[in-house]
Write a protein that binds this ligand. Structure first.
Ligand code: GLA
Length: 394
């Protein structure tokens, strides 16, 4: 939603930085819902995709991922009457305290509570959200919402956090306060990604590196299946528990130590063990393919990742299988896989830009109608977007 001229005069951002259209939209939605008030502070954060390394973050695996140019903005201002309110996409919630109620208020209120652990104390807030990251689509709209809320609230409070503390605050909000058993991937990608680059994460050592996207003529198409993905559901929890049990059973501190020993696992853990062991190795092979500029090799790895997620980890759906199969049939597509937590969400295809439209159409034809397709670009994370409040670690 574009704000009216009236809304524009009422919003301001610290440091006189230019507000994006989306931030103006969030501030405009806030004012439209809750009336004029003091100036709003705002923040923006991107969604993310995983190129390789799905479902290995919680077992110390290696991941190649990136923030994307679908972003989400949050605008915040002190509320006039001591209540906490959120408006997002026309939906409003209001409560006397920033408590959890399994609704659209949870993640923004959790962000406010998490900041308290870092000594940033906030007054009750009115909050507006404007998003181009589709919800429940495996593109990390939740981490984007949490990160954009943290940035907006830091700006309002005139406070700063190091990028590592921002990630820590996002994880406290998501895991401890909202209660989602997620790994580290999403906030790391949303905070540390660089424009035009792939972010390489080693969840065993905490190391982060970037590699430039090597192919100007090759891009990534994302298509939503239209099926809701839900990390709070039992599917994600049971996969995580199986992966952790597989590591414990083998005496491995994480999936990088498993190698071929997944074969020694008892039957009920063998397939999950094979997924996490082979997926982290595929990430290493994908990094080599990026460095060698070998798109065909990367495409094969992307396809293998999908097969592993579908057959061994069992987190795909018929629709996602159909969408990835349809993408692969398009000349100019190197590979396709489901992206994110699974059980719905989106599919990702590595494709010649000249074939991007055809590939998007093929995937869309296998998805729920009008679920959405995007040619996405590797984009900057919050550490780059908000240097006024997110500082480099000391
Ligand atoms: C979700 C979780 C992440 C990660 C991915 C799968 O996005 O939030 O921590 O486990 O699924 O790679």
């Amino acid at each position: 939603m574009r704000p009216s001229a009236h809304h524009r005069t009422a919003v301001a951002r610290c440091q006189n930085a230019e507000m994006t259209d989306l931030e103006m939209g969030a501030a405009g939605e806030l004012e439209a819902a809750f009336g004029p008030g003091t100036s709003a502070a705002s923040g923006v954060a991107p969604g993310r995709v995983t190129l390789l390394g799905e479902h290995v973050d919680y077992v110390s695996g290696r991941i190649a991922c990136m923030a994307i140019d679908l972003t989400l903005a949050v605008a915040v201002r002190p509320s006039a009457d001591g209540h906490w309110r959120v408006v997002s996409d026309g939906h409003r919630v209001e409560r006397p305290a920033p408590s959890m109620a399994r609704d659209i208020g949870d993640r923004v209120f959790a962000a406010a509570s998490a900041l308290g652990r870092f000594g940033v104390v906030l007054p009750p807030l009115d909050i507006g959200v404007a998003s181009r990251v589709p919800r429940s689509s495996g593109l990390s709209s939740s981490a984007a919402l949490t990160a954009a809320s943290l940035v907006a609230m830091l700006r309002l409070a005139g406070a700063r956090l190091s990028s590592d503390d921002l990630v820590a605050a996002a994880l406290i909000a998501e895991r401890e306060i909202v209660g989602v058993p997620c790994g580290d991937l999403d906030p790391l990608a949303v905070v540390y990604s660089r424009a035009g680059s792939v972010l390489l994460l080693d969840c065993a050592t905490g190391s982060r590196e970037t590699r430039g996207w090597p192919w100007p003529e090759i891009g990534l198409v994302v298509a939503s299946s239209g099926e809701r993905h839900d990390v709070q559901g039992t599917g994600y929890r049971t996969r995580r528990a199986m992966a952790e049990r597989a590591c414990v059973t083998l005496g491995a501190s994480g999936c990088q130590e498993i190698g071929d020993r997944w074969r020694d696992l008892p039957g009920e853990l063998r397939a999950a063990g094979r997924h996490i062991a082979t997926e982290t190795r595929r990430t290493d092979a994908a990094i080599a393919a990026l460095e060698a500029g070998d798109a065909h090799r990367l495409g094969v790895l992307v396809n293998e990742s999908h097969e592993s997620l579908s057959s061994d980890y069992r987190i795909s759906t018929e629709r996602l299988d159909a969408m990835t199969a349809a993408a692969r049939r398009v000349p100019g597509c190197y590979g396709a896989r489901l992206v994110g937590g699974g059980f719905g969400g989106s599919a990702l295809a590595l494709v010649d830009r000249s074939a991007a439209d055809a590939c998007a159409a093929a995937m869309a034809a296998a998805a729920i109608p009008d679920a959405g397709t995007w040619l996405i670009e590797p984009s900057a994370g919050v550490a780059v977007l908000a240097p006024d409040v997110v500082t480099s670690p000391t």
